[in-house]
Design a protein around this ligand. Structure first.
Ligand code: NAD
Ligand code: TYD
Length: 352
């Protein structure tokens, strides 16, 4: 088969990466999709079950920090495009173990950039698309939104590592002329979300009538976006984004954590046939996250006006769908919360 594009997706066994891989493999049979993932605690081949035998899909277990292994993938598959989603992604883990974040998010990204720089010296079309976060912009007060020109002000080890990788991507574009694009997205939610993050953690704890740990007063605000909407934005930017540009992606959907947890309790009570209000009794205010960013909000006017993107999912419907997915996929949940997760959960929450 003569594929029109040979795309390397890094981290394609994670939450967003697997949604992207499933989307691209199904929608573009004329593209070869090569997924390179280290399969850390967050990577899961069960997320890719639906496309694992597709003829235009390959999986390689590889660490992006292993330059020889990545070079081998470039040579074997003549990779001409990269969508880089691999990362250590959880803020709380970055607070306990920042070095892992420096290693994968910064060093791993620069190693990949180097491989692209030396591999792509022909006239063919190439792109290094870096998937990043709105957290690089820091924390907002009650008003305002992040735009693409908001100065970077990362405050957690996670956001600092992502900010650093964003800077390297821009530097490779400016210095070496590498064709790059970056998008910075707000908090995603949806199926296959690893249950260390707020929404799936609460769904699982409500189901098992365990405490719902709300940090601080629960008044921190996040802008939530359904993961499929993020993936459709990535698809659009990948095909039509301006090289060297940055695009913000957001849900226009700000929620205080406590209100979101209460909304999840209501949905779960209804779905489980419990008295409405009973799960709210599980809410437990716990010690705040160190350096907890107060509010994120994204202005995605640029992406809307240049490429016509806007989120499609209504939050209430997206949450219902997400809750139902977790209820229908208890085997998946049981598999990911056995082993390493148990130790993480105990260390994070038992004495909090
Ligand atoms: P995730 O933690 O669910 O998945 C990360 C994936 O990367 C896993 O499959 C893991 O095995 C893989 N990985 C980690 N280190 C690796 C390495 N050294 N080599 C190869 N693979 C490695 O993360 P996610 O939530 O899907 O986030 C994906 C990307 O999107 C990240 O870059 C993150 O910063 C960004 N992002 C996430 C969100 C969000 O709300 N989840 C929002 C905006 C941006
Ligand atoms: P999280 O899902 O970890 O995403 P991020 O830190 O990248 O925004 O957290 C979302 C919000 O929920 C954040 O303000 C921290 C808060 N939170 C809790 O209150 N309790 C929890 O157990 C977790 C994991 C998060």
């Amino acid at each position: 088969m003569n594929y029109t594009k040979k795309i390397l997706i890094t981290g394609g066994a994670g939450f967003i990466g697997s949604c992207l891989v499933r989307h691209l493999v199904a929608k573009y049979p004329n593209y070869l999709i090569v997924n390179a993932d280290k399969l850390t605690y967050a990577g899961n081949l069960a997320n890719l079950e639906s496309i694992k035998d597709a003829s235009n899909y390959r999986f390689v277990k590889a660490d992006i920090c292993d330059a020889a292994a990545m070079q081998q993938i470039f040579t074997e598959y003549s990779i001409d495009h990269v969508i880089h989603t691999a990362a250590e992604s959880h803020v709380d883990r970055s607070i306990s173990n920042p070095m892992e974040f420096v290693q994968t998010n910064v060093v791993g990204t620069v190693k990949l950039l180097n491989i692209c720089k030396s591999a792509w010296q022909d006239d063919a079309a190439h792109l290094f698309y870096h998937i990043s976060t709105d957290e690089v912009y820091g924390s907002l007060g009650e008003t305002g939104k992040f735009t693409e020109t908001t100065p970077y002000d990362p405050r957690s080890p996670y956001s600092s590592s992502k900010a650093s990788s964003d800077h390297f991507v821009r530097a490779y574009h400016e210095t070496y002329g590498l064709p790059t694009v970056i998008s910075n997205c707000s908090n995603n939610y949806g199926p296959f979300h690893f249950p260390e993050k707020l929404i799936p953690l609460c769904i699982n704890n409500i189901l098992h009538e365990k405490p719902l740990p709300v940090y601080g007063k629960g008044d921190n605000i996040r802008d939530w976006l359904f993961v499929q909407d993020h993936v459709e934005a990535i698809d659009l930017i990948f095909h039509q984004g301006k090289t060297g540009s940055t695009y913000n992606i957001g849900g226009d959907n700000e929620w205080k954590n406590i209100d979101l947890v209460r909304a999840l309790c209501k949905i779960m009570d209804r779905k489980l046939g419990r008295a409405i209000g009973s799960s709210e009794k599980l809410i437990t205010f716990v010690k705040d996250r160190a350096g907890h960013d107060q509010r994120y909000a994204i202005d995605f006017t640029k992406l809307n006006s240049e490429l016509g993107w806007k989120p499609k999912a209504q939050f209430e419907e997206g949450l219902e769908e997400t809750v139902q997915w977790y209820l229908d996929h208890q085997n998946w949940v049981e598999q990911v919360i056995s082993g390493e997760y148990k130790k993480y959960y105990e260390a994070q929450y038992t004495t909090r």
